[in-house]
Ligand binder design. Sequence first.
Ligand SMILES: Nc1nc2c(c(=O)[nH]1)N[C@H]1C(S)=C(S)[C@@H](COP(=O)(O)O)O[C@H]1N2
Ligand SMILES: [Mo]
Length: 312
Amino acid sequence: MLIRKPENLNGLDIQASELTDEGLFHQRRKFLKIMTVAGLTGSVFPAMSADKNCKANLPENIDKLTPYKSASRHNNYYEFSTNKKMVVHIARELSLKPWAIQISGEVEKPLTINLEDIINKMTIEERIYRFRCVEGWSMVVPWNGFSLCELLKKVKPTSHAKYVEFISLYRPEEMIGQRQSTLDWPYREGLRIDEAMHPLTMLVTGLYGKDLPAQNGAPLRLIVPWKYGFKSAKAITHIRLLREKPETSWSKAVPSEYGFFANVNPSVAHPRWNQRRETRLGDLFKRDTLPFNGYAEQVASLYKGMNLKVNF
Ligand SMILES: Nc1nc2c(c(=O)[nH]1)N[C@H]1C(S)=C(S)[C@@H](COP(=O)(O)O)O[C@H]1N2
Ligand SMILES: [Mo]
């Protein structure tokens, strides 16, 4: 039996002093180490129409960045707590090393690999994305990571791979929220294969040029910037390529409120939260929410012919 705990919109009390972080960041980013290791090009994805080189085509960010402190102290992470301000304190105890990732299912080359080995092989880049939670708050942060597409190309999905499932860490000894049945643990999310292969879909290892904080999903999380935040699973241990659509944690718990696609869409009403407007962490006033969170130009074509009025 699942007990649903409402997500709370709290913790919007950002202090002016936190804004200084942004200036520091701009200095620091100049020194951000970009890791490049040879031998990553080559094999073209079989039977896929997605961008062969996984390169993201991002417009320049014109939004004000959310300070590091705000982005790292206001968290949804039910494995630790349903209280956004508590997550940072409880997640501190999570042991992040060693961390293995298993990629399996409809792939020619299944892979179990240490996170460090992935990071050493990938070019870590910085991308500033808008991020919007279905609860009505949002942020703009520079993530460090790489396109999921880069990693999936290496395992060579078969032509039967239609969906990708992401499974988060299950470790109730350290994740005290997992001792309660708020969700059916482990946290699971999923994407259609073309969404997963879209170059904007990112696996993230850092934030603001620093290691990803535990509370933001360290050591490896997904970021899908045109979808509501719950799609962006944290602390990923397994990636499975599947023929069928996977069941996802939130959709299973409350299907009427958390759909599989969950594209940010101001014209589809949600039973609990207004989706037309949003509050940036630290802002006093709301702003309009953009279709696909402002990434329509990049991703709208993925949904041609689909009824976008049914999102939840
Ligand atoms: N494993 C896991 N991933 C998760 C969640 C969670 O509770 N557990 N919460 C989701 C929700 S609802 C949001 S809004 C974002 C929050 O990410 P942030 O804390 O980095 O802002 O993480 C998503 N990923
Ligand atoms: Mo969320």
